[in-house]
Write a protein of this length. Structure first.
Length: 177
């Protein structure tokens, strides 16, 4: 049975070189492990006519976020490029973001509504940061949210597990274990 319904979209968050490749400025080793699962979900979505939407960090070189985190995903640099294994197809959608949330300051909500999306599967990195904030904002916008636990990654297993539990127990996200 598929995780997708006709009103679904697949969101792929921050599967970019700075996070998902060794040598990236904010490398998350577990991000390498989730690539096959995301790849499989993206292929299934495309076969079913489900929108695949990439939302990626795309920072200015002087972004305030760099006061907390090392510079990463700077516009026009290789670190901000989607990893080769998950390269978008022509029919996929690409959205750039400046903050943790895929919704904040982006056209994501408008795109989802124009596509008739009511169920959002969120994948990518980092479970306890961008995935978490995006899931929370999706819930607040009345989307049904599903997070496949094997398609999201954090810097530590503790952060990953805690965030999934919070999403599920506090915000009503359906976490597929």
């Amino acid at each position: 049975m598929s995780v997708f319904t006709p009103e679904s979209a697949l969101l792929i968050v921050d599967m970019v070189r700075d996070f998902a490749e060794a040598g990236g400025s904010l490398f998350v080793p577990a991000a390498r492990e989730i690539i096959p699962e995301i790849h499989s979900l993206a292929n299934e979505a495309r076969k079913r006519g489900i929108p695949v939407i990439y939302v990626n960090d795309s920072h200015d070189s002087d972004d305030r976020e760099f006061q907390k985190w090392p510079p990463h995903c700077i516009q026009g640099t290789p670190g901000g490029e989607i990893v080769e294994e998950l390269k978008p197809h022509e029919e996929d959608h690409l959205i750039s973001k400046k903050r943790f949330s895929a919704f904040y300051g982006t056209e994501l909500d408008n795109l989802l509504r124009s596509l008739g999306v009511k169920r959002l599967l969120i994948t990518g990195t980092v479970t306890n940061i961008c995935v978490f904030v995006t899931a929370l904002e999706a819930v607040m916008r009345d989307y049904d949210v599903v997070v496949p636990s094997k398609a999201v990654a954090a810097l530590t297993e503790e952060e990953h597990t805690f965030s999934l539990k919070q999403m599920q127990d506090v915000f009503g996200v359906e976490v597929i274990w």
